[in-house]
Design a protein around this ligand. Structure first.
Ligand code: ADP
Ligand SMILES: Cc1ncc(COP(=O)(O)OP(=O)(O)O)c(N)n1
Length: 276
């Protein structure tokens, strides 16, 4: 049977992040992609030039239309922008017996543009995180959600526990922003205390636009196909490693990753190691 996934996210006109990255990732993995748009951004590899939110009722209607008609195996959220939209998403998912949910708590684009209003963080923590199967913050996002600074690996566990206290079942702190020149390490923590680190070689490139969207979309696709959370995270790490390694050299700024690299390159993907 064809697996179906739903992305609730913003549009990136440049095609490297947001709903475009999610749908390309679903497609590469053989998952039928459906979508609910939360905002339109005028964006390219150089930055975000405008943000045009969709009204909350329109977001609700899109989610309802998809969930009424499709058997959705997993849902992911990306850019949600406002407290109104977050509340609408949470109500819609709760009313429909929320499928497994991956929350990528998108806050700030690479160039510094805000993709989530400051006052919406409280709504995200109160209404959406309790529904999460997995939350996928990068380090700056984890600092906001946990309300602390993260300076050492010891801080990761404390930050993860604070995020898990919202009711989320698991969190993965993504290390794409760390200063480690050799490895890209992500730190997974489950609410029952199980944890692991997942590690790949860091690829030296400026073309990492949309890595967070692509990674969380791949996790969502694998969950929709019935993989366990640990398998989904591991295979998504192979997906993002392949996508970054085979960059397309598009645009004049931070270029997109290659969403159709995985099936060609997964056999040769640089080793992805799980350390339990
Ligand atoms: N240069 C890189 N080489 C290899 N993996 C990377 C690189 N940059 C990011 N990643 C990986 O991409 C995924 C997304 O992480 P990150 O870039 O931190 O997310 P975001 O786009 O939300 O800031 C993580 O698995 C991270 O380890
Ligand atoms: C519409 C939209 N959604 C999300 C993002 C952020 O994407 P991310 O994967 O975190 O990548 P960068 O912005 O850090 O390159 C976005 N830019 N636009």
């Amino acid at each position: 049977m064809t697996s179906v996934a739903l992305t609730i996210a913003g549009s990136d006109s440049g095609g490297g992040a947001g709903i475009q990255a999610d749908l390309k990732t679903f497609q590469e993995l053989g998952v039928f992609g459906t979508s609910a748009l939360t905002a339109v951004t005028a964006q390219n590899t150089l930055g975000v030039h405008g943000v045009y939110p969709i009204e909350a009722a329109g977001v609700t209607a899109q989610i309802q239309a998809v969930l009424d008609d499709f058997s959705v195996g997993a849902v992911k959220t990306g850019m949600l922008f406002s407290a109104d939209i977050i509340e609408a998403v949470a109500v819609s998912l709760r009313n429909n017996g929320c499928p497994p949910l991956v929350i990528d708590p998108v806050m700030i684009a690479k160039g510094g543009a805000s993709l989530l209003k400051d006052e919406a963080v409280t709504a995200l923590k109160a209404h959406l995180l309790p529904l999460a199967t997995l939350v996928t913050p990068n380090i700056p996002e984890a600092e906001v959600l946990a309300d602390m600074t993260i300076q050492s690996t010891a801080d990761y566990e404390e930050a993860a526990n604070r995020i898990l206290s919202s009711g989320a079942k698991a969190v993965i702190l993504k290390g794409g922003h760390s200063n480690d020149a050799q490895f890209a390490e992500d730190f997974f923590f489950r609410a029952d205390g199980y944890s692991f680190t997942i590690k790949s070689e860091r690829i030296a490139t400026k073309d990492t636009h949309g890595t967070g969207c692509t990674f969380s979309a791949a996790i969502t696709a694998f969950i929709s196909q019935g993989k366990s959370l640990q398998e989904a995270v591991r295979e998504a790490k192979v997906f993002i490693q392949a996508a970054i390694s085979d960059g397309l050299q598009l645009g004049g700024g931070h270029g997109p990753t290659n969403h159709w690299a995985y099936n060609r390159l997964k056999q040769d993907a640089k080793e992805v190691v799980i350390i339990e």
